[in-house]
Design a protein around this ligand. Structure first.
Ligand code: NA7
Length: 898
C-alpha cells in the first residue's frame, strides 16, 4: 500500500476511534429532521442531528423575507403523526406566515424535547463509508467526528440558494439580500430605491410588500409565472369541517391522493365542457385561492395534455390583462413559454395589482437582459437603474443542491456522490443510491417531494426508513443497499412517469434548467403520492425487492429486480381493475360478456371531438352491416381507413373503439370507417373476416361517397380486429382487390398457438388472459379450421401484402405472435415497421385518455398511416380537382356526435 494511503487510513482509523459512536446521524432540523429524530429516538436508535442554522426550522429558518408563507393550506401542511399534537395547535390563517410555521416547529421541538440531540451551527464537511466497519464516518466544522451506522439526509429540496450568476454583485455599494438567506432583524425599505431580481414564489410573495414601503421598486423579470391570488384569511371552513368530521380518514385520503392533499381525481375532460362551464370552473378556482385545487380540479386533461392546459392558460391571461392596467406590462407578465403547472405556480396577495402602483416598474429581461451590476445599481442592455437595495429572489439549486452541498459523500469503493450524479441524480425510490450503503435521503430526487404536500411526503419517507431500520435490527441485518438493477429500473420508471405530465415541457428548477451547467431532467417523481406510497409498500411486501441486506451472523438477502415494469398509468388501470374484483369475462357467457363490455365502455372517458361522426349501414352479400364513420374537421377529401374493432370476434361493435377511432382520425387527418362485422357464436368463422373483406371492398368502391380520396384505402384493427385487417389484406391480394395501401395491426391475433412465451408470461395478470383467449377461439372457430390462414394469417402467404405497421405490447399474451407476423412480413419482402411497446398491455392504445403514455405510440401509428397513404398518391391533378368539387353525400342514417 502506498505510504500516503497508509497514512490516510491510519489517520482515518484514529479519528474513527475518537469519533462519537451513534446509530444514526441526520443532516437537517426542519420538518423531516425533527420527525426523524422523534421516531428514531422512540425506537431506541441513538441519533444525532446536525444543522448549520442556529435553531430548528430548516427552510423556514432561512426564508424570512417579507411575505414568506406556505402555499399549501396549513391544515394540510402540518404533521399528522400524533393526533394529540394536531389537536394542540390551531392555525391562525389559511396560509400561515413564516414566523407562525417557525413557531410551530419550535413548539414541536419543545414538545418532544428534540433540541438536546441537535448540534446547531454545525455543518457536516465530509462523510465516508467504511466497508470494514460498515459505518459512516462524518467530519464536521464544529466539534468532533461522528461514526454512525446509518446516515440520513433530511436536507430539504429547496435549501441551497443558487448564486446570482450576474457579474459585479460585489461592486454594488448598496445593500444586498437573498430571499433564501434573509437576516433575522427587520429590513427597512422605506424611502429606498429597491430592485427585486426574480419572479418565482419568493419574489412574487415579497414584491407587493416591498412595493408598499419602497420609494420605488423595480422588478427584473426573466420569466413570468402563473400566480393565483391566495385570498388568505381564516382557515377554510369547508376543509376544516371535512377534517373535523373524520380526521383519520382525511389524513389517510391525503396519503393516497395525487399530491398529498385530499382531492378526488377529476374525471370530466375539457372537451366535455362548454366554454361557459370551463369559465365557471376557473372562476371558482380563482376565488378559492388554492393551488392544489387549481392544478387538479378544473378538468381531467389540464395537467396531461397541452390542449387541455392551454385552456387554463388562456383564462389566466385574461385575468392578468383585466387586473394590470398597462397593456404592455400585462403582456410581459403573461406566461407564454410553459404550460400552467409545469413550472411551480405561485400563490400571491395583490401581486398583479402591484404593477398598477406608480412606484413600481417591471423590467422585462427578455427584452433587455442585465449586463452587469455596478456600484450604483443595475445596467441592462438598454438602460441603467440607480438603486439603494438589491433583493435576489433567484431561487435554489433544487433537489440535489442541498445534498451535494454536504460535500463530499464518499460511498463504497471510494466513489463520490457528486461524480455518480454528474449527469443527473440516480436513485432507487428517491430514497437510496446504489453504491452508498446505509445512506437515505428524505424526499430525495426521484420521489414525489416538491410535487406534493411536503409534509405528507416527509412523513411517508421517515416512516418507511425508520420501519426498515427496525425490521433490519430485528432480522440481524446491518447494511442495506440498492442494487444497480433496481436503480436502473426506477430511473426508467421515473422517465415513463415524466411522460404523464407536462413538467418536461418547461425549463424550471424541477428539471435543473435554472442552474447553468446542471444536468437536465424531471427530478421529482411525477406519478403521484398515492401510487408512490403503494410502490414503496410493495418493495417491502416483495421481500425488500431491489435491496441487498447483509449482517454479521445472517445470510445475505438480495431479492433483485425492478419494482415497476409496467407503464405507470397501465399499472394504475390494472390495479383499479384488480380492486374492482371483476368476474372473468369468459365466465359470463357471450351475452353476459357483451353486456359487461358495454358497461365498461360506458364508464370510460368520452372520445374527443372530430369534424363529423356518421352512423350508417352498408350492404354486403349476406345482408347489411352497420358502420360508424369519423371525419376530420379539415376540408376533404380524406384518405379512408377501414377499421375493425377488438373483442375476440365475440364482443364489441362499430362504436366500441370510439375513443381510439376519434383519436386516430384527429391525428391522421383521415376518415375512419369502423365496421360492425358479425360476431360468434351466432356467426362463427369465417363470417367476421368475410364481412371485413366485403366491407372493405364496398367502401373502397364507394370511397367518393364517403368523402374519401380516390385510390387505395387503408385498413386497421385492434386485437381480433387486427386479425381481420391482416386477413383482409391477404384476401384482397388473392382476390384481385380492392387496392390497400397500408395496414395498421394493433396487438393482432395472428395465430392459433398458445405456446409462445408471451402466452405463459402474461397468462393471468394483464386483462387479456390466456383463458379468455381460449374462450374466444373456442367460440369463434373449430379446432379444425384454426390453421386456415383466414383464421391464423401467420400461416398464410405473406409476400405481396401492403406495407404494415405492427404494434405489440410487452405484457400481452398476443405479443409474440404479433412480432412473428411482423417478422414474417419482413422476411417476405413486405415493408414493415414494428412498435414493441415497453410496459404496455393489450388495451394500452385503445384506452385513450386513460393510458396517457399511449399517446406517443398512437402518434407513430398515425405517422405510419400518413406515410402509407402518401406513398400511394397516384392520382393525376385533374382527378384530384374533380374529387375536390364533388359534393359529399355519405350513405348516412344519422349524425351521432360531433
Ligand atoms: P424560483 O421559483 O426558482 O424563482 C427564481 C426566480 O429568479 C425566477 O423568476 C428566475 O427566472 C429568476 N432568476 C434566477 N436566476 C436569474 C438570473 N440570473 N437573472 C434573472 N433572473 C433570474 O425560486 P423561488 O425562491 O422564488 O421559489 C422556490 C420555491 O420555494 C417555490 O417554488 C416554492 O416551492 C418555495 P427563470 O424562471 O429561471 O427565468
Amino acid at each position: 500500500m502506498p505510504a500516503a494511503t497508509v497514512a490516510a487510513s491510519a489517520s482515518e482509523a484514529t479519528s474513527a476511534s475518537r469519533a462519537q459512536m451513534m446509530d444514526v446521524a441526520v443532516v437537517g432540523a426542519g420538518f423531516a429532521g425533527l420527525y426523524l429524530l422523534h421516531r428514531l429516538r422512540k425506537t431506541g436508535f441513538a441519533t444525532v442531528v446536525f444543522d448549520e442554522a442556529g435553531d430548528v426550522g430548516g427552510t423556514w429558518y432561512w426564508n424570512r423575507y417579507p411575505g414568506a408563507r406556505c402555499d399549501v393550506q396549513t391544515i394540510d401542511y402540518s404533521y399528522t403523526f400524533d393526533p394529540e399534537l394536531e389537536r394542540s395547535r390551531t392555525w391562525s390563517e389559511r396560509y400561515a406566515t413564516q414566523p407562525e410555521i417557525l413557531r410551530y416547529l419550535g413548539f414541536v421541538a419543545d414538545r418532544y424535547d428534540l433540541r438536546r440531540d441537535i448540534r446547531f451551527h454545525t455543518k457536516v464537511t465530509a462523510a465516508v463509508w467504511n466497508q470494514e466497519t460498515e459505518r459512516w464516518l462524518l467530519t464536521t466544522d464544529n466539534g468532533g467526528t461522528v461514526s454512525c451506522r446509518y446516515y440520513i439526509m433530511a436536507t430539504g429540496c429547496l435549501s441551497s440558494p443558487k448564486p446570482p450568476e450576474i457579474d459585479g454583485v460585489k461592486n454594488f455599494k448598496g445593500d444586498v439580500y437573498f430571499t433564501g438567506r434573509w437576516p433575522h432583524e427587520e429590513v427597512k425599505f422605506a424611502g429606498k430605491r429597491v430592485a427585486v431580481i426574480g419572479t418565482g414564489s419568493s419574489g412574487i410573495q415579497a414584491i407587493p410588500l416591498i412595493a408598499e414601503q419602497a420609494a420605488h421598486l423595480t422588478v427584473f423579470q426573466r420569466t413570468p409565472n402563473f400566480s393565483l391570488p391566495a385570498h388568505n384569511g381564516p382557515v377554510s371552513a369547508d376543509r376544516v369541517a371535512l377534517l373535523e368530521k373524520d380526521r383519520a380518514g382525511y389524513r389517510e385520503q391525503a396519503r393516497w391522493s395525487l399530491s398529498g392533499v385530499p382531492w378526488q381525481r377529476q374525471t370530466v375532460f375539457s372537451w366535455q365542457l362548454s366554454d361557459a362551464e370551463r369559465r365557471e370552473r376557473f372562476e371558482k378556482a380563482w376565488a378559492r385561492g388554492d393551488l392544489v385545487y387549481l392544478l387538479t380540479q378544473l378538468w381531467a386533461d389540464q395537467g396531461v395534455d397541452v390542449d387541455g392546459n392551454k385552456l387554463v392558460a388562456d383564462l389566466f391571461h385574461e385575468k392578468i390583462c383585466a387586473i394590470v392596467k398597462d397593456p404592455k406590462t400585462a403582456a410581459a407578465l403573461s406566461p407564454h413559454d410553459h404550460p400552467v403547472g409545469s413550472k411551480r405556480p405561485c400563490l400571491d396577495t395583490n401581486y398583479y395589482a402591484t404593477y398598477n402602483r406608480p412606484n413600481v416598474t417591471l423590467v422585462n429581461l427578455r427584452d433587455e437582459p442585465i449586463e452587469s451590476i455596478t456600484a450604483s445599481g443595475i445596467t441592462t442592455s438598454k438602460r441603467s437603474f440607480d438603486l439603494d437595495v438589491i433583493v435576489f429572489a433567484t431561487g435554489f439549486d433544487a433537489m440535489t443542491g442541498a445534498i451535494m452541498a454536504v460535500h463530499p459523500i464518499t460511498g463504497r469503493g471510494g466513489q463520490s456522490l457528486s461524480n455518480i450524479w454528474a449527469n443527473g441524480p440516480k436513485t432507487y425510490l428517491g430514497l437510496t443510491v446504489a453504491g452508498f450503503p446505509n445512506l437515505f435521503m428524505i424526499t430525495g430526487p426521484g420521489s414525489p417531494s416538491v410535487l406534493s404536500n411536503m409534509v405528507v411526503s416527509i412523513e411517508q419517507h421517515v416512516d418507511w426508513v425508520v420501519d426498515r431500520l427496525i425490521a433490519m435490527r430485528e432480522a440481524g441485518f446491518t447494511t442495506i443497499e440498492a442494487t444497480e438493477t433496481a436503480q436502473a429500473g426506477w430511473t426508467r420508471h421515473r422517465a415513463d412517469c415524466s411522460m404523464l405530465t407536462l413538467h418536461r415541457l418547461a425549463n424550471t428548477w424541477y428539471t435543473g434548467a435554472n442552474v447553468p451547467g446542471k444536468a437536465q431532467g424531471v427530478m421529482p417523481y411525477t406519478g403521484g403520492v398515492g401510487s408512490y406510497r403503494g410502490i414503496c409498500n410493495e418493495v417491502v411486501s416483495r421481500g425488500m425487492l431491489g435491496f441487498r441486506l447483509t449482517g454479521p451472523s445472517v445470510p445475505e438477502q438480495c431479492n433483485d429486480g425492478e419494482i415497476v415494469r409496467l407503464q405507470p398509468d397501465v399499472r394504475l388501470v390494472l390495479n383499479m381493475m384488480a380492486d374492482m374484483k371483476l368476474p372473468p369475462i369468459e365466465s359470463l357467457g357471450a351475452q353476459g360478456a357483451r353486456a359487461f363490455a358495454a358497461q365498461l365502455n360506458a364508464a370510460r372517458p368520452a372520445g374527443r371531438p372530430v369534424g363529423e361522426v356518421v352512423d350508417g349501414i352498408l350492404p354486403s352479400a349476406d345482408g347489411p352491416l352497420p358502420y360508424r364513420l369519423y371525419r376530420p374537421a379539415t376540408p376533404g377529401p380524406h384518405p379512408i381507413v377501414i377499421y375493425f374493432h377488438g373483442g375476440g370476434w365475440v364482443l364489441g361493435d362499430q362504436q366500441s373503439d370510439d375513443p381510439f377511432c376519434r383519436d386516430m382520425c384527429r391525428r391522421t387527418g383521415m376518415t375512419f370507417v369502423s365496421v360492425g362485422y358479425r360476431h360468434a357464436p351466432e356467426h362463427r368463422f369465417p363470417t367476421a373476416v368475410e364481412d371485413g373483406y366485403a366491407a372493405t371492398s364496398w367502401i373502397a368502391e364507394h370511397a367518393t361517397e364517403f368523402g374519401g380520396t380516390l385510390g387505395p384505402v387503408l385498413v386497421a384493427g385492434w386485437s381480433a380486429g387486427g386479425n381481420i385487417a391482416a386477413v383482409t389484406c391477404q384476401l384482397a391480394r388473392d382476390r384481385g382487390g380492392p387496392q390497400i395501401s397500408g395496414q395498421l395491426l394493433v396487438c393482432p391475433v395472428t395465430d392459433c398457438m398458445f405456446d409462445r412465451p408471451s402466452y405463459n408470461e402474461n397468462a393471468t395478470d394483464y386483462f387479456l388472459t390466456r383463458s379468455l383467449m381460449y374462450w374466444f377461439w373456442d367460440i369463434y372457430c373449430s379446432p379444425a379450421d384454426r390453421t386456415n390462414p383466414r383464421a391464423s394469417p401467420l400461416r398464410g402467404k405473406l409476400s405481396g401484402l401492403p406495407p404494415a405497421f405492427v404494434v405489440t405490447c410487452e405484457f400481452d399474451p398476443l405479443r409474440d405472435e404479433g412480432i412473428a407476423y411482423a417478422e414474417g412480413l419482413g422476411a417476405a419482402g413486405v415493408p414493415v415497421e414494428q412498435l414493441k411497446a415497453r410496459g404496455h398491455f393489450h388495451a394500452s392504445f385503445t384506452m385513450v385518455d386513460v393510458v396517457v403514455t399511449g399517446v406517443s405510440g398512437r402518434a407513430r401509428m398515425a405517422q405510419a398511416l400518413r406515410r402509407f397513404a402518401e406513398s400511394h398518391q397516384d392520382m393525376t391533378p385533374s382527378e384530384k380537382s374533380v374529387r375536390q368539387d364533388r359534393k359529399v353525400t355519405p350513405p348516412a342514417v344519422h349524425v351521432a356526435t360531433g
